[in-house]
Design a binder for this molecule. Structure first.
Ligand code: ADP
Ligand code: MG
Length: 238
């Protein structure tokens, strides 16, 4: 399951309030996109959900369990980092297996999971290569593979495609959407790219200066924007 609930979550860094207070419900299996301009608090909010950052106040619940004070590893979520977070000296197989080895899973079970993740991600023929011998898209798939093997209740993506070129971004967008269709696992996807938001999301959360301006489907936001900010942000071409 992957129901995630934020209850009046706020965040301040020293005297600066970055997120005044957010309430949000994410349902199991949803593909939710946090979108908004640079500096609006998208990464901070995602990191609070992941447990990589403490909220200043408020509560985070996963499947009804209060995880506000729980360590990241116990939350059952997987953060997908940009592909450059791969270990360059390790093979694809070992990069994907890494979190399982850290968890001291036995080798046969590790092999099984890596094989399955590679199948889903079309990486079967590349398992013995190193990241330097892969294309940008393949590297990004390895980064996703490292998350898949943990069988998380939700995947958290922070601008995973921002260091890829435009053509590859388009391909990876489709691949991640297809992955969601296959796995049907909750995904929270952070981007400042309106096109990614509109094409990938079941539900878009539009953020502005740490506040939610609107939550809705791409069609809702397009046809019934709450205000000029949403209309301008969603409507304006890049
Ligand atoms: P986004 O991901 O939407 O670009 P961030 O969540 O990274 O925005 O940042 C939101 C705001 O919080 C920005 O003003 C940023 O400078 C500030 N911020 C983020 N992390 C820290 C930190 N560790 N210390 C101080 N300020 C921070
Ligand atoms: Mg960010």
């Amino acid at each position: 399951m992957g129901n995630i609930r934020l209850k009046n979550v706020s965040k301040s860094f020293a005297a600066t309030t970055v997120i005044p207070g957010i309430d949000l419900e994410i349902k199991d299996g949803e593909f939710v996109v946090f979108v908004g301009p640079s500096g609006c608090g998208k990464s901070t909010l995602l990191r609070i959900i992941a447990g990589l950052e403490d909220a200043t106040s408020g509560h985070i619940e996963i499947d009804g369990r209060d995880v506000t004070n729980e360590a990241p590893a116990k939350r059952g979520l997987a953060m997908v980092f940009q592909s450059y977070a791969l270990y360059p000296h390790m093979t694809v197989r070992n990069n994907i297996a890494f979190p399982l080895k850290m968890a001291k899973m036995e080798q046969a079970a590790v092999d099984k999971k890596v094989t399955e993740a590679a199948r889903v991600l079309n990486l079967t023929d590349y398992l013995d290569r190193r990241p330097g011998q892969l294309s940008g898209g393949q590297r990004q798939r390895v980064a996703i593979g490292r998350a898949i093997v943990r069988e998380p209740s939700a995947f958290l993506f922070d601008e995973p495609l921002s260091n890829l070129d435009a053509a590859l971004r388009g391909t990876m967008r489709l691949e991640i959407s297809e992955l969601h269709n296959q796995l049907k696992t909750t995904m929270i996807y952070v981007t400042h790219d309106q096109v990614e938001a509109m094409t990938m999301a079941d539900k878009i959360v539009v953020l502005n200066a740490g506040n939610i301006e609107q939550v809705g489907s791409p069609l809702d936001l397009y046809h019934k924007p709450n205000n000029l900010f949403v209309a301008g942000f969603i409507g304006s071409p890049r």
